[in-house]
Ligand binder design. Structure first.
Ligand code: NAD
Length: 258
């Protein structure tokens, strides 16, 4: 299926590895022009080797001065903006709320939620000039369930849903669509780190945490990151022109988080 996004100008945050990298590759396959950023310089160098056409910036999206520099780079490289993918997010601390270090709470909210504001506020003026503008925000299954021992992450990801639905209502008048994707446990290094941290707090094994997580899911497998990237390219395409304000789960139909 030709999605009709050849030449689409896309900015993807945290695209040097994980889900962001799969998104970069999916947009490239569809002929889009991609700029990305990351805090990990080594991963960015590897991305440069693998995909020389992807322009990039070193940027911590929680830092507004760095985000301003990112937008300068991205707009110079892309010549405008049609799609912003707010992908960056960190797992944050694992533990009961009364044991969470306040600095860890702040950092999780800053990177996972406030970063989306930092980028979106600078994107809107440019998206208004696009023929097919959209914003895609990464939330999580933790944005629709409680998530014991992960309160800052759950708070941030529920926040992403409220932010996204509000963007859709405010920006629809300019033709700008805003949607959130809620991944469940995604196959990759990050989920192994998350299961490990949970296992430590619960005094059990990593496998026990994975089994418990998928025990109540309709599909008993971790989510391939490519499934998320496929949804992003569809959401950014003109085929999704009336799709806005949605919180779309791609999570093996998990019925809760442990
Ligand atoms: P990841 O931990 O694999 O990290 C991806 C990239 O983000 C890395 O290259 C890292 O260097 C970069 N990064 C971290 N902090 C940054 C910052 N402050 N500024 C810029 N870049 C930064 O993450 P992932 O698993 O690819 O997750 C991507 C998004 O999907 C996140 O918002 C995450 O919360 C969400 N998500 C992931 C899962 C999962 O199971 N992996 C599940 C639900 C939601």
């Amino acid at each position: 299926m030709d999605l009709g996004i050849k030449g689409l100008r896309v900015l993807i945050t945290a695209g040097a590895s994980g889900i962001g990298l799969k998104a970069v590759e999916a947009f490239l396959r569809e002929g889009a022009k991609v700029h990305t950023c990351d805090v990990d310089k080594e991963a960015l160098a590897a991305l440069k080797k693998a995909h020389a056409t992807v322009t990039q910036s070193v940027c911590d999206v929680a830092d507004r001065a760095q985000v301003a520099a990112l937008f300068k780079d991205a707009l110079a490289a892309l010549g405008g903006l049609d799609c912003l993918v707010n992908n960056a997010g960190i797992a944050g601390p694992t533990g009961p709320v009364h044991e969470i270090n306040p600095e860890d709470w702040d950092r999780c909210l800053d990177v996972t939620l406030t970063s989306q504001f930092n980028c979106t506020r600078l994107a809107v003026e440019h998206l208004k000039q696009s023929q097919n503008p959209s914003i895609i925000n990464l939330s999580s299954a933790a944005g629709k369930f409680g998530f014991p021992n992960r309160s800052p992450y759950a708070a941030a990801k529920w926040g992403v849903i409220g932010f996204t639905k509000t963007l859709a209502m405010e920006l629809g008048q300019y033709g700008i669509r805003a949607n959130a994707i809620l991944p469940g446990p995604v196959d990759g290094d990050r989920i192994r780190r998350v299961f490990q941290a949970k296992a430590q707090v619960a005094g059990t094994s990593m496998q026990a945490i994975q089994d418990a997580t998928l025990g109540n899911a309709s599909i008993k497998s971790l989510v391939p990151p490519e499934n998320l990237a496929d949804m992003m390219v569809y959401l950014a395409s003109p085929r999704a022109r009336t799709l806005s304000g949605q919180a779309i789960s791609i999570d093996s139909d998990v019925q809760g988080l442990v």
